[in-house]
Design a protein around this ligand. Structure first.
Ligand SMILES: Cc1cc2nc3c(=O)[nH]c(=O)nc-3n(C[C@H](O)[C@H](O)[C@H](O)COP(=O)(O)O)c2cc1C
Length: 340
């Protein structure tokens, strides 16, 4: 625990989060610089990253503090989820800390100020790779149309665009992960993205047949990378925190085993035909390194920041550099997928 943690932890979780974003927005690039070394540099889907530690979507939904997050050392920042129209999300409280489990449960439901406002805020020059994650409005009559609109608006403005069909907090959204809806969505999004790299973010709650179906559809529709994974609707039996019974998506340490398992499943199902981005329970350099050796080209994180504080991206990047050097790798790409 750092000195400011008792202060932030005394606030309810959503207020603490707002305060953190506001402080980082004010500090901007003065927070520091993107962490890099020749060993940490990595290319994913043609994008050049200074290091393979990314900020997961949902932290800076409206893109208010992009410069501040790069200053904390991240090699990539994913803004969003953004929807075509602004929407308030679900009633509060909707964000819960599970302190004893080093986890978080959220049921935000895509609260955001709309994609236009976020794009207007996005700085033209940025210190690192910046993605925009898009979703559908809760009341959209045509959900696939919402994705296509979001992708078209973000393409060309962001370095990559992610279509997020894996949030558990918009009823019915995850149905887009299957069958003809998935094929239709990917075709529309690919078309709308034009030359901008297009990533797909999936849920961890998938069986082998579902993994195979998504992997095949992603390859068929020329998706540039898969982000594995979003939060889980399952609840491991050994959760200890009082908030464990809250509904919503669970993230943080207890998601780690599932995220590792889905990474392995997608690695098998995609046979290196597209890059994988591992997210879920990453909180240390050792864990980031294990994901990379397990087939991830890049890792992302969110929940561990709540418990470890703003120095975490830099700590992980520096630790990773040391682990790569220890094992004789001259760059990240050499280490990707080296675990059996
Ligand atoms: C409070 C909160 C809000 C989130 N919002 C989004 C979101 O808007 N879009 C999205 O794709 N993922 C969202 N996520 C999921 C994260 O990007 C990430 O996939 C998940 O939390 C697992 O990573 P972690 O264990 O490092 O937190 C959110 C997660 C949390 C905890």
């Amino acid at each position: 625990m750092r000195w400011y943690h008792p202060l932030l932890f005394a606030l309810d979780a959503e207020r603490a989060h707002r305060l953190t974003i506001r402080m980082l927005a004010l500090a901007g690039p003065r927070t520091g610089r993107v962490e890099t070394t020749p060993r940490l540099a990595q290319v994913v889907a043609g994008l050049h990253l200074a290091n393979p530690v990314g900020l997961a979507a949902g932290v800076d939904k409206d893109g208010e503090a992009v410069a501040g997050f790069f200053g904390l050392g991240f090699g990539a920042v994913e803004v969003g989820t953004l929807t075509p129209l602004p929407q308030p999300g679900n009633p509060k409280p909707r964000l819960f800390r599970l302190v004893e489990d080093r986890a978080v449960i959220n049921r935000f439901g895509f609260n955001n100020g709309g994609i236009d406002a976020a794009l207007a805020r996005l700085p033209a020059t940025r210190a690192g790779v910046t993605g925009i994650n898009v979703g559908a409005n809760k009341d959209a009559a045509d959900r696939i149309g919402d994705y296509a609109r979001g992708v078209a608006l973000a393409a060309g403005r962001a370095d990559y665009v992610t279509i997020n069909i894996s949030s558990p907090n918009t009823p019915g959204l995850r149905d887009l992960q299957h069958g003809s809806a998935l094929a239709e969505l990917l075709a529309a999004a690919r078309d709308a993205a034009a030359m901008t790299p297009l990533f797909l973010k999936v849920a961890p709650d998938l069986d082998h047949a579902q993994v195979d179906e998504i992997a095949k559809a992603a390859i068929d529709h020329r998706i540039d990378a898969l982000i594995v994974s979003n939060t889980t609707v399952t609840r491991p039996h050994d959760l200890r925190s009082a908030n464990a019974g809250e509904s919503g998506g669970l993230s943080g340490a207890p998601l780690g085993a599932m995220a590792r398992a889905r990474l392995a499943d997608f690695r098998g199902a995609t046979s290196e035909q597209l890059p994988l981005i591992s997210v879920g329970g990453v909180g240390s350099a050792e864990e980031a390194y294990a994901r990379i050796r397990g087939g991830a080209s890049l890792v992302q994180l969110y929940s561990a920041l709540v418990y470890e504080g703003p120095g975490l991206a830099r700590t992980i990047a520096q630790g990773l550099d040391g682990l790569l050097a220890r094992d004789g790798f001259t760059n990240v790409a050499e280490a990707v997928g080296t675990a059996p």
